[in-house]
Write a protein that binds this ligand. Sequence first.
Ligand SMILES: [Ca+2]
Length: 84
Amino acid sequence: MVLIEAQLTLLKTTFDKYAGQDADKGSMSKAELADLLREEFPGMAGDKKQLDAFFTGLDGDKDGKVSFPEFVQFAATLLLMMTG
Ligand SMILES: [Ca+2]
């Protein structure tokens, strides 16, 4: 459980860092997601089509913003895929 807690804390820190850039600090806009990708995943940045697809995939309820639960769900899915 300690490991999961550490992962969640890291996710929350990462989320807050980028979601907090504009007035809406509780969710991530597409611009903020683009910043996150550029900083955390340099290899994925620069492709607008890829960013659009990524953002749409994260935005589960399609309200144009990525909330923390949506972000966590995505990270969990990634983790499951990686641990197979
Ligand atoms: Ca959303």
